[in-house]
Design a protein around this ligand. Structure first.
Ligand code: C5P
Length: 252
């Protein structure tokens, strides 16, 4: 853990052991629209901090995959919630075969790639707008987060899942940049998406996620906003780790 955090941590460790304890138990919430780079930076920040990383978008995608593959109507929120609470949805640290994104399993079936297709991306917003499903997912996410030492990313983390988070980040970027990133991700999966269609689909998802009645995507009042258009992944991760160090220092 020491070496993962690099020099800044080593300095903290020698100068202040209480801060290092505080640092181990922070709750970090990262919210923002699709394609802002949340999953990548959240995963890397969690790794550097030695924290558990929970990709809550992957959980909603898994629920959407369940609905599609079990023939449940996308409009039937209660049936989807029941299926999701009965199924064993498991997230594991990703590797190179998944471009380092989390691996996702439903009852031991590997659906890591299946949840990232265009079909699931287009259906996940309507599915995740169902309150019965959100209730199931939020309860699981709160349970996973309760001990701290966690980074959760999603849409409602700072507002609903962890309103008590020590650090709330709102990560965003222009729709064009986000569509270009999505294009690259899908090409890496062997798909041949059309940029203009991705741009429309991202705008559509932004609208649906921000206008739904239950837990819409919105910036928490106390969130730090990071616009990633002109930032590298490393710059964003460094900024988040530094904010965590400052937070731990304040908490001691
Ligand atoms: O993060 P990702 O783009 O994979 O999320 C997929 C979708 O899951 C989002 O567009 C949103 O509809 C839903 N979601 C949500 N609440 C979260 C995380 C994701 O509604 N906390």
């Amino acid at each position: 853990m020491l070496s993962q955090l690099g020099q800044v941590w080593v300095q903290m460790e020698t100068s202040n052991r209480t801060a290092s304890h505080a640092l181990k138990t922070l709750k970090v919430a990262i919210d923002g629209p699709a394609g802002a780079g949340k999953s990548t930076v959240a995963q890397l920040a969690a790794k550097r901090l030695g924290y558990l990383y929970i990709d809550t978008g992957a959980m909603y995608r898994a629920a959407t995959w369940l609905a599609v593959h079990r023939g449940i109507a996308i409009t039937d929120g209660q049936a989807i919630a029941d299926a999701a609470s009965k199924a064993n949805i498991r997230l594991e640290q990703g590797d190179e075969s998944t471009s380092n994104r989390v691996k996702v399993f439903v009852d031991d079936q590997d659906i890591t790639h299946g949840i990232r297709t265009n079909e699931i991306s287009d259906l996940v917003s309507p599915v995740s707008s169902h309150s019965p499903l959100r209730k199931v997912m939020v309860a699981q996410q709160k349970e996973l987060a309760k001990r701290g030492g966690v980074v959760l990313d999603g849409r409602d983390i700072g507002t609903v899942v962890m309103p008590d988070a020590n650090l709330k980040i709102y990560l965003t970027a222009s729709p064009e940049i986000r569509a270009k990133r999505r294009l690259k991700d899908l090409q890496a999966l062997g798909e041949s998406p059309v940029y203009e269609e991705l741009l429309m689909s991202i705008a559509d998802r932004d609208n649906r996620d921000s206008s739904r009645a239950d837990s819409p995507l919105k910036q928490a009042e106390d969130a730090v906003v990071i616009i990633t258009d002109n930032l590298t992944i490393d710059q964003v991760v460094d900024a988040i780790v530094k904010l965590c160090l400052a937070e731990a220092e304040e908490k001691r």
